[in-house]
Design a protein around this ligand. Structure first.
Ligand code: 13P
Length: 253
């Protein structure tokens, strides 16, 4: 199994470009040299993309946006396209985060269109999925995840999805301090991988990286990452502070 671990941060609506520059000036010395078995990425707000990309030039850190619109240009007030994100120096984009689904009405069909736009722009898509607490407690977790996968990945052939990364983020674990147990996360990641195998074939299922997100912290990351189907983390709160995120990036495997 040769899936390289990704430690990704999602800053959400935090940090100006000056704050981004300061963060990277603190982070880079703490994670250099980066252990060869891992990659690092930060999802930053649109106005900070360019400063963040400049700050990580000549480092192994990748910069991503947190959303994308599916058209390349046009009369879509407030939206930001794949070519614009690329031109700002980013190489990745988070799509379908639960906050977008819950607070902004993002649908599975939008996720699908945004995924297509990201691939067209040459951005590595990180597509998020996850169940709410009520859905888990009523035994609907795998049904919900299957629906999110079916909607998000509809119409794609396996060979188009090679750059795709998935992030399983149980909604009940985001920003709550309630991390899924390593066993809970492993069970769910394995089920997602089985779904991929059934619908897109064993090769993609074996190669595709599935990140876990939801209250990942410096002191729980190693246990989570020791699970065979967890290929990295998508970190919210603990990615805002350089020292904490560096401890996550440098976890002992
Ligand atoms: P927290 O790490 O703050 O729980 O956020 C997780 C998340 O939503 C990352 O996208």
């Amino acid at each position: 199994m040769s899936r390289k671990t990704i430690l990704a941060g999602n800053w959400k609506m935090f940090k100006t470009s000056a704050e981004a520059r300061q963060f990277f000036s603190q982070l880079l010395p703490l994670i250099t040299p980066l252990k060869p078995d891992r990659e690092v990425a930060l999802g930053v707000p649109f106005p900070s993309l360019e400063a963040a990309a400049a700050a990580v030039a000549d480092s192994p850190v990748a910069i991503g946006a947190q959303d994308i619109f599916w058209e390349d240009q046009g009369a879509f007030t407030g939206e930001v396209s794949g070519p614009m994100i690329r031109a700002a120096g980013a190489t990745a984009v988070i799509i379908g985060h639960s906050e977008r689904r819950q607070l902004f009405g993002e649908t599975g069909q939008w996720v699908n269109q945004k995924l297509r736009a990201a691939l067209r722009a040459g951005l590595a898509p990180i597509v998020c999925l996850g169940e709410t607490r009520a859905e888990r407690e009523s035994g609907q977790t795998f049904e919900v995840l299957g629906r999110q996968l079916a909607e998000g990945l509809a119409g794609f052939a396996a060979n188009e999805l090679a750059p795709l990364v998935l992030a399983y983020e149980p909604v009940w674990a985001i920003g709550t301090g309630l991390t899924a147990t390593p066993e809970q996360a492993q069970e769910t990641h394995a089920a997602i991988r089985q779904w991929l195998g059934r619908h897109l074939g064993p090769a993609l299922a074996a190669d595709l990286r599935i990140l876990y997100g939801g209250s990942v912290k410096p002191d729980n990351v190693a246990r989570l990452m020791s699970q065979p189907d967890l290929d990295g983390a998508l970190v919210g709160g603990a990615s805002l502070e350089a020292a904490a995120f560096a401890r996550i990036v440098n976890f002992d495997d």
